[in-house]
Design a protein around this ligand. Structure first.
Ligand code: ADP
Length: 296
């Protein structure tokens, strides 16, 4: 997927030219690690510094992936809750899809970092609409995330989150029929297990790698998979790979109190990201899914 030398400079200069409408010289590039799916670079140019990521659109990855990411970033920015990188452009150049964003210079976490992150997230989650879902579909990793507008939050969580991922895992023979059936049995229990909350605007893929710290010490959200869903699902996801301080959960609960017993519900919400991980990264995550289903 990576390419070097002149070809790389031509690519950056061509897409920056289309984005800015004037000739741009690329001065220096630094490749960034961290992304699982795409290749990313910090690009220094005569018009400033940009964050550019791209992938080979050879049919394996959908071409509108970066467009939906850009729309998600724009939606988050409109809430004025977090600084969000500006979208400079996205598009297609020869066999590559690309996304150009404002480059975020990294700073240090100030003392009240976790409290700020929690309060801003609570404000984001206070954004609601009558239905779960979103007016466009997007992706979670490289997998389709369908967001049809749905009145019932349990139906949305089950039919649009758990079921499609479980079905895919079954089809790929990563999940047994027995586990799939156990998941189907969970459906009717959901209203007894999870609180019936308002649809909340979620980042949708909130793990620590998707929260940058800018030069002012503010948390910046990147790489969203936005939709209106249960806000507890977002908080549960932050616990999947840890990395969020206890102060974060306390401050969130203070800003937007959770229904008691949240910790006992975390595993149910995390069936979704776990199933996504099964489909993206393989059977290593299946035992986690099975363990949760045995509990309920
Ligand atoms: P992927 O979509 O492949 O997961 P990411 O969006 O996570 O890629 O970006 C890859 C790396 O680049 C991450 O380590 C992240 O820290 C960094 N990064 C992402 N967006 C920006 C940005 N706007 N400015 C600076 N660094 C960024």
């Amino acid at each position: 997927m990576e390419f070097w030398g002149n070809e790389q400079f031509t690519f950056f200069e061509s897409i920056l030219f289309s984005a800015l409408g004037k000739p741009v010289d690329v001065l220096e590039t630094q490749f960034l690690s961290g992304g699982n799916i795409n290749t990313a670079a910090r690009v220094f140019s005569t018009e400033g510094v940009f964050f550019i990521k791209w992938n080979q659109s050879d049919g394996h990855l959908e071409q509108d992936m970066f467009e939906t990411e850009a729309r998600g970033l724009d939606l988050l920015r409109q809430t004025h809750t977090f600084p969000i990188p500006e979208v400079i452009s996205f598009g297609q150049f020869q066999d590559k899809s690309y996304l150009i964003l404002e480059y975020i210079d990294f700073g240090k976490r100030p003392k009240n970092y976790w409290e700020t992150l929690a309060q801003r997230l609570a404000s984001l989650h206070a954004h609601t609409q009558p239905q779960f879902g979103l007016h466009f579909d997007n992706y979670i990793g490289s997998l389709t995330q369908a967001n049809p507008l749905t009145h019932n939050g349990y139906d949305f969580f089950f039919e649009q989150r758990l079921l499609p991922q479980a079905g895919l895992a079954l089809y790929k023979e990563l999940l047994s029929k027995q586990t799939y059936d156990a998941l189907l049995r969970l459906r009717n229990q959901l209203p007894n297990l999870l609180p019936n909350e308002q649809p909340a605007l979620l980042h949708g893929d909130l793990w620590s790698g998707n929260v940058l710290v800018n030069e002012d010490g503010f948390p910046v959200l990147i790489d969203p998979a936005v939709y209106y869903g249960f806000r507890e699902a977002e908080l549960a996801f932050t616990k999947l790979f840890a990395g969020f301080d206890e102060r974060f959960y306390d401050a969130y609960d203070e800003a937007f109190p959770l229904v008691s017993g949240f910790n006992e519900r975390v595993a149910i919400y995390n069936l979704y990201p776990l199933l996504v991980h099964v489909n993206l990264f393989g059977s290593g995550y299946v035992s986690g899914v099975e363990r949760i289903l045995k509990q309920f």
